[in-house]
Structures are given as structure tokens and as C-alpha cells.
Design a binder for this molecule. Structure first.
Ligand SMILES: [Zn+2]
Length: 346
């Protein structure tokens, strides 16, 4: 018998391993409850680190565990700080206060730590563990390994029920507005900027370039070479369409040309991703054009409609998962809907 909430792990672990995990969680007291790592769990229940990583990600998604991040100096291994959100990890070089070296933290230097949300669900046991020792980040406990084990989206996009409710309410207001007149507050642009800022590694804002007004420019602070962040690149543009009827195919071409012009101006800051967000679903030419542009210069442009936003908010879905699925459909020129095919949850 184990805590019933652990039954979500049945697709990953055998019954006896789940039981071992239950016993392990139950045995933790004091600071050990807040310093659970991939390597400790792998050892405790006897599985490979990548399985342990998937197990912990699943537990986190189910609300059994909370995640936090310990940043270590790559030079002196000192624990610099422990943060609750990835957005608090410095994305520029800074001086370590331990060794005074100028350092830049990468996903290899960040240790992923899990805490029991409520350890009363597990039967009490006894096991004392000391605080985090001064040592290098064990490879399998690093943010890099956790991401490589396939959990990027779950870590970067975590909203509370209140945030989902807020977005739902806000979209309902945007939807009921008629015409394209922009009034402060309930425009699609505002909603989109707010939504992307909720993702811990994005900074989103409306900007003006020398030639155009961009509804929402998103800076990706964690440019890593895997998962959806790699596809998105360091910056991407979003255009919002407030009309209450089907947007014209020309919008996609326009966004593609804005991106191409921006890239011509500053090649080192190459933009390779764009999103059109419209209240109504775009025409089928959106996808045909997007596939064509991807084949020409590898720029990916996806479109998201109001219904998909409503669905994302009401099912508490993952925005990055939605973006990844749409981008994959363009890259694979997929004629199959990857959501209906069961490859993506959202
Ligand atoms: Zn240092």
C-alpha cells in the first residue's frame, strides 16, 4: 500500500518501486524534505537517473512536490543562492561573492531540488539529513540533465489555478469586445503580453522597430539548445489580431516580411520564430504559407486562435507544449493534427 496520489506513477514505475518511493518520502524529516534530488531518488528506489527525473517531474506536476533551484559557482562550487523560479537565475555574467571570479551560470551549474508539498500524506519515519554540502553539482541533479530527461516545458511554464482563472476571465472580456479600437485593458495584445510574461524565462513587451510596431516582442532569457526554447531562439515576435472574423492570409506574409527585414538589419540577433494570435481561427492558407516560408529560410510562423487560448486556460494546459506542437506541425509539414493523434496533451 502506498499514498494513493502516487498511483499516477504507474506508467513509469512498477508497483514495488512506487512502494519504495512512498517509503523514501515518508522517511524524510527536517531539511531532507526540502533537498530531494534526482540522484537520491534514483539510488533510493533503484532506477536510472533519467527515470528518476521523469518520476520527480510527474510528482511535481501532480502537486506532490515543489521545485526550487540551487545555483552553484562553477569556479569555487559555493552555493550562491537558492531560488524558487527559473526567472531568478542570472542570465548575465556576474561576480561570485565567494571567489570574486566573473562567472556565468549555465544549466550545468544549477541543481534542481524538490520539496515535499505536504509530507503528512506519507507515513512518518526517521532519517536525518544535513544541509547542502559544498560540492559540485552532481551531473544527474543538474537542470541540464532534468531538461534532457524531457521535462523542459513543465519547469518553464507553471501557473497557479488563480492565474489560469485570471487569464480565462480576461480572454472573456477581450472576446466580447467589438471592433478593433484599442482601449486600455482588455485588448488581445495586453492579454498576450501578460501570458508570455507568466512564463519564467520570457520577457514580453510591445516594441517599435525602425519600420514597424510589434505587438509583442518576447526575449527568451534561457537560450538552451534543446526543446522548444531551441526552436524559439533568443527573441521572437507575436502579432495579435483583434477582428471578430477570419484573419486574412496576408497577415502571415506580413509577419514573415517583418522578421526578414529585422534579420537583414542585425544578423547576429537573428529572429527565427513568429506567432500570430487571432480571435478567430486563421485560414488554411496560414499553414501552407508557413510551411513554404520554413522551407525557404527556416523561419517558423505558427498561429494560435481564441478557441485554443480558451481551451489552454480552461484545461490548465501548457503554453510551451502548445507552441512546440504547432511548430512541429510546420516543420514536419504535418497533415495529421498532432493533438488529435495523441502526441500532445494540449
Ligand atoms: Zn565562486
Amino acid at each position: 500500500m502506498y499514498c494513493s496520489r502516487l498511483s499516477v506513477l504507474q506508467e513509469l514505475l512498477s508497483e514495488d518501486k512506487i512502494e519504495k518511493l512512498d517509503k523514501y518520502f515518508a522517511s524524510l524529516i527536517g531539511s531532507a524534505c526540502e533537498n530531494i534530488t534526482v540522484s537520491k531518488v534514483a539510488k533510493a528506489i533503484g532506477v536510472a537517473p533519467n527515470i528518476s527525473s521523469k518520476v520527480l517531474t510527474k510528482c511535481m506536476k501532480e502537486g506532490l512536490l515543489r521545485v526550487s533551484y540551487a545555483i552553484r559557482c562553477p569556479e569555487c562550487n559555493m552555493l550562491i543562492k537558492r531560488v524558487e523560479s527559473l526567472s531568478e537565475i542570472p542570465d548575465e555574467a556576474f561576480e561570485c561573492y565567494g571567489c570574486n571570479e566573473e562567472i556565468e551560470v549555465t544549466t550545468k551549474d544549477v541543481e534542481v531540488l524538490y520539496s515535499l508539498t505536504d509530507n503528512r500524506v506519507f507515513i512518518n519515519g526517521q532519517q536525518v539529513e544535513t544541509k547542502l554540502p559544498a560540492r559540485t553539482v552532481v551531473q544527474e541533479d543538474s537542470l541540464e540533465s532534468v531538461f534532457l530527461a524531457g521535462g523542459v516545458n513543465e519547469y518553464l511554464f507553471q501557473l497557479t489555478d488563480e492565474q489560469y482563472q485570471h487569464l480565462s476571465d480576461k480572454y472573456a472580456k477581450v472576446k466580447s469586445r467589438k471592433g478593433t479600437t484599442k482601449k486600455i485593458g482588455d485588448t488581445l495584445e495586453n492579454l498576450v503580453i501578460e501570458l508570455f510574461n507568466m512564463c519564467s524565462v520570457f520577457n514580453a513587451a510591445g516594441i517599435r522597430t525602425s519600420t514597424n510596431q510589434i505587438d509583442c516582442c518576447v526575449r527568451n532569457k534561457m537560450c538552451i539548445n534543446y526543446g522548444v526554447l531551441n526552436t524559439l531562439g533568443s527573441r521572437f515576435f507575436i502579432e495579435c489580431k483583434n477582428e471578430n472574423d477570419t484573419p486574412s492570409g496576408g497577415y502571415l506574409s506580413k509577419l514573415h516580411s517583418i522578421i526578414s527585414v529585422t534579420n537583414a538589419d542585425a544578423k547576429e540577433k537573428c529572429i527565427r520564430f513568429g506567432i500570430i494570435i487571432s480571435k478567430e481561427k486563421g485560414p488554411s492558407t496560414f499553414k501552407q504559407l508557413a510551411v513554404k516560408y520554413y522551407l525557404i529560410n527556416k523561419i517558423i510562423i505558427i498561429s494560435i486562435c481564441g478557441k485554443e487560448l480558451e481551451n489552454l486556460f480552461s484545461t490548465k494546459g501548457n503554453l510551451l507544449e502548445l507552441i512546440e506542437r504547432k511548430a512541429t506541425e510546420i516543420m514536419l509539414d504535418a497533415t495529421t493534427d498532432l493533438h488529435e493523434a495523441g502526441l500532445y496533451e494540449i
